[in-house]
Design a protein around this ligand. Sequence first.
Ligand SMILES: Cc1cc2nc3c(=O)[nH]c(=O)nc-3n(C[C@H](O)[C@H](O)[C@H](O)COP(=O)(O)O)c2cc1C
Length: 367
Amino acid sequence: MLYHLIRPILFRLDAERAHDAVTAMLRVASRAPLLPRLIGALYAWDDPMLAVEWAGLRFASPLGVAAGFDKRADLVDALALLGFSHIEVGTVTPRPQPGNPRPRLFRLPEDLALINRLGFNSPGMVAVAQALRARRSRNVILGVNIGKNRDTPLERAVEDYAATFVALAPLADYVAVNISSPNTPGLRRLHERAALEELLRELMRLNRNLAHPRPIALKVSPDETPEQIEEVVQAGCEAGVAAFIAANTTLAREGLRSPLANETGGLSGRPLAPRARQVIRTIYRLTRGTPPVIGVGGILTAEDAYLHIRAGARLVQLYTGMVYAGPAIARDIKRGLVHLLHRDGFASVTEATGVDAEREGVFRGQG
Ligand SMILES: Cc1cc2nc3c(=O)[nH]c(=O)nc-3n(C[C@H](O)[C@H](O)[C@H](O)COP(=O)(O)O)c2cc1C
């Protein structure tokens, strides 16, 4: 309700400044006396039907915050208050880097979308490690999304991922390996089989050295062909990846109405949903949910989340939805999900995972 009053004011600001203003308020609110309780009372809401397990981790609900929203890892406490079960911070690079020049984040309200070309603005792994050690809330699952510095040549990318992994994996519940941002030149070439195998081999080796190895998820692009996705899934499964995150932002621009549609960068939000869902379905059909898919792209409502889950996602994440729907989005989506599960006769969210992918697979088999 309240967000509908504030949104027009925020939308008059440059998109990145609006993000900075909102996150600064969230940060202050989460550290003030009493306010966290009030915020928690407004937004905390869960139902046992929504509980999900993955890799030995117990999630209160499938819904988390996608990478990019909290690149500095200093919003974990605040986002936990809003009712998300998990928060994926990052992408974090080994050394600090500023990212691309501003403006580099654009709102496309006519399309309920964003275009960003931030280019991994990151305080670097040392600062993020410090922020993670300072966090208070332990009731939320924490993922760290890792990447490479822009000026590290692709041939040496493994060293960057290895360094961030070693620095940050011990402070996280899971690690997401980002090979799919469209804003770091050449990054997506890490989808190629030989490069991907080398990267995953090294990360798995480092993981085995940890006292408690972490689940490693691989975040893929929605702009690869189904054949490429199949190769990535094969390589990921052989290496022992614990999940695939589908998907990152897209370079596609079909059917947009906004005048900013041709800005360079990755598109997120509503127009990404069908494309992300296609990738979720493709991966689910290959893995049958082992390892699972984490579905992300264009979730603004409970119905959107539900369709990702039915397409094969065990967990789901969002970023752009928060910009358009505001801080109540997690609570509203969770309530809506419970309603949709009841409507369709499912006893739990896990029961609904992949039912559409299975059904279409059967039809296809029969046809
Ligand atoms: C401004 C912005 C920054 C992002 N930064 C990252 C990032 O650093 N690492 C990453 O893996 N994904 C990043 N993403 C992609 C999101 O995590 C997500 O995959 C994508 O936005 C689709 O979800 P959505 O439609 O709910 O936003 C970013 C997205 C946006 C909008």
